[in-house]
Ligand binder design. Sequence first.
Ligand SMILES: [Fe+2]
Length: 338
Amino acid sequence: MTTQREGILIVDDEEGVRRLLKRKLLSQGYRCEEASSAYQALDELRNKAIGLVILDIKMPGKSGVQLLPEIRASYPDTVVIMATAITDTSTAIYCMKLGAYDYITKPFNLDEVVLSVDKALEKRRLELENRDYQRHLEQKVEEQSRKIRASFLNAITSLAYALEAKDKYTSGHSQRVAEISVAIARDLGLPQDSINKIELAGQVHDIGKIGVRESILHKLGKLSAEEFQHIKYHCEVGERILTPIVEDEEILKIVRHHHERYDGKGYPDGLFGEAIPLGARILAVADSYDAMTSERPYRRAMSAETACAEIEHGKSTQFDPEVADVFLRAQRLVSSVV
Ligand SMILES: [Fe+2]
């Protein structure tokens, strides 16, 4: 006797047929439901967990042939065995083409019915198991690659911080830029997903400075045109370093364009206005503010007030006016509280 518990739905307009099948299947340990019409069958399928349907081909009203495609479409995990008169096997074969698993002929040989039901349910079980396994495997692979990407990214962020830590003037800069950018993005009402990307871009935006010669990075005097050209290069280098790790195009573009200016006079591509990704326009404000309020080898740190005046002054030229306004509003709020 089998111990399988899948529910079987017997659909036949003749009560005697249903009773006969039910008695046999119950004796085999199956749970059985009955339906005397296609409509009742759909009702049972909607409300109960049915693994297999034994479906009479000829029924008054909607026939089994008509009901079969509906079951296949709405309950693809339910197997269907057609029940037919011995004289009508061609219809039964047609039904198998429509997705029925097997057919049994009336008058029934009950042992053959049980055999067919066992086989059909075994096939269904294997299919479901296989699909679950496949799904589980895909999830595992996805999870693993996400972990690998995250740990790469952590390494890159640590590297960015380590580079800054060597220089007391830029120490903590990326983290502060990330924090200010997140605050602006939040005030702009951006979705959390975008805020997360902006935060990440803020943390690694200057990673390309790895490729800038130290003598230029820490030069006290004015930079020559050639040196300035070299320093500009860090945007593209940053994008290139991050490309194999960060699959997200948005983050890469924020890093590439964080020195663009709203009036199109920035670098590396001289993008203008809203052609500059919003995240990069946000970073530009945060980056400038933090640079101005930090000490530099060649100047003292500006006060928050002076830096805000500079941002105000740069509205529509260096900065997106809306982003600048959101930042300034928040800054003033902080200052008035202090
Ligand atoms: Fe930069």
